[in-house]
Design a binder for this molecule. Structure first.
Ligand SMILES: NC(=O)c1ccc[n+]([C@@H]2O[C@H](COP(=O)([O-])OP(=O)(O)OC[C@H]3O[C@@H](n4cnc5c(N)ncnc54)[C@H](O)[C@@H]3O)[C@@H](O)[C@H]2O)c1
Length: 336
């Protein structure tokens, strides 16, 4: 399947096909110097498979995990390109999850003011979400994604077969982002996930369905000045949980918990059921003060409202301005 993302100044294809990794060279121009950015947790065969199709490919393997999204690693990769004599005509390919994609994309955006970038995502999260939309970034200290750019890939190549090696907890965490998008935008996709006994049986449909949603949203609002904010559904509370969970929960698991605070009426029970069927957490406890301060970025009670995206009916969303105490009520279930 090919999905075309059509933006104001550019467009690009997303290729979704089992086994497509082996024919990447037919879809993208690897007939030049290629920096393949991967990490130690990604099975080597995937980067190797891309390298074999390059005229002059170099694999850069960074440490796995969020720490690699740093200015230091960013600089190392740029220095590597410089020392290998990369020019503006060469390119960067990310082979891995969102960490590799965000890092490699920012390297591509920055080297000589921008070289071609291709994304080959290999986690559920990156296949359903992070590989499209052009947000590339590294972290600064403890602040996530604070240095980066909007830089679109020239193509995205998704081979669902790469998920065969992904640990099941990572699969579930990625599916949380797909559920998130379906809840707001696509009742049919939500119901497919709801009815499936094993989501991996329909993973190709979940990937395509999620990307079609994200494509629509990004095409309407490339730089997140409006509709794209809806993709942060569940993230205000999710991020707060993530910041107090001390790295014990994956991002997708925190998003799953965050959804429970913003689904209303009959949707809450359905969403909860789907999340537990995907082995995602549906309970969490922490100190009220810590959670509330993380969710409100230390806004004082009564000061400025907080935009909260809620869902009252599957496939739809509403944006509400709420006070800190209303937000606190939403989080009551998570207080010790
Ligand atoms: N740019 C965006 O729009 C966007 C959106 C959402 C999230 N993100 C970012 O994405 C990152 C999270 O991405 P992620 O969840 O993919 O995590 P990740 O990139 O850290 O990958 C998770 C783990 O899986 C391993 N892995 C990757 N592919 C594998 C495979 N096929 N088989 C076995 N192991 C494999 C990795 O080595 C890593 O240890 C965060 O940094 C987040 O900020 C970006």
């Amino acid at each position: 399947m090919i999905i075309n993302v059509d933006l104001k100044h550019t467009d690009y294809n997303i290729y979704i096909e089992r086994g497509v990794l082996k024919k990447a060279g037919e879809l993208i121009n690897l007939n030049r110097k290629v920096l393949i950015v991967t990490d130690e947790g990604v099975p080597e065969i995937y980067a190797q498979c891309i390298k074999e199709q390059c005229k002059e490919g170099y694999i850069a393997t960074v440490k796995q995990g969020e720490e690699s999204k740093s200015i230091e690693v960013f600089e190392e990769l740029l220095l590597k390109m410089l020392s290998l004599g990369f020019t503006r005509k060469d390119c960067v390919v990310a082979v891995g999850g969102g960490v590799c994609g965000d890092l490699a994309g920012f390297v591509a955006a920055s080297f000589m003011r921008g070289v071609s970038f291709y994304n080959v995502p290999t986690t559920v999260l990156s296949q359903v979400d992070s590989s499209i939309g052009g947000k590339v970034a590294v972290n600064l200290g403890k602040i996530k994604n604070i240095v980066g750019a909007f830089y679109q890939p020239q193509a995205v190549i998704i081979d669902p077969e790469t998920l065969a090696t992904l640990p099941s907890r990572q699969i579930s965490a990625g599916l949380a982002e797909a559920v998130k998008m379906a809840v707001n935008f696509d009742r049919e996709l939500f119901e497919k996930i709801e009815k499936s006994e094993n989501p991996m049986d329909i993973i190709d449909e979940i990937i395509a369905g999620s990307l079609l949603i994200k494509k629509r949203v990004v095409e309407e609002d490339e730089k997140e000045s409006g509709l794209r904010k809806v993709l942060n559904f569940g993230h205000t509370v999710g991020h707060a949980i993530e910041s107090v969970a001390n790295g014990e929960l994956y991002h997708g698991e925190c998003v799953a918990l965050g959804l429970l605070a913003v689904c209303e009426n009959g949707t809450l029970e359905r969403v909860k059921k789907v999340l537990s069927s995907l082995n995602l957490p549906t309970t969490f406890k922490a100190e009220k003060e810590a959670l509330l301060s993380a969710a409100s970025h230390d806004k004082k009670a009564g000061e400025a409202s907080i935009s909260v995206i809620i869902c009252e009916e599957i496939g739809t969303f509403k944006i509400k301005e709420e006070t800190l105490s209303e937000l606190s009520q939403r989080m009551e279930q998570f207080y010790l």
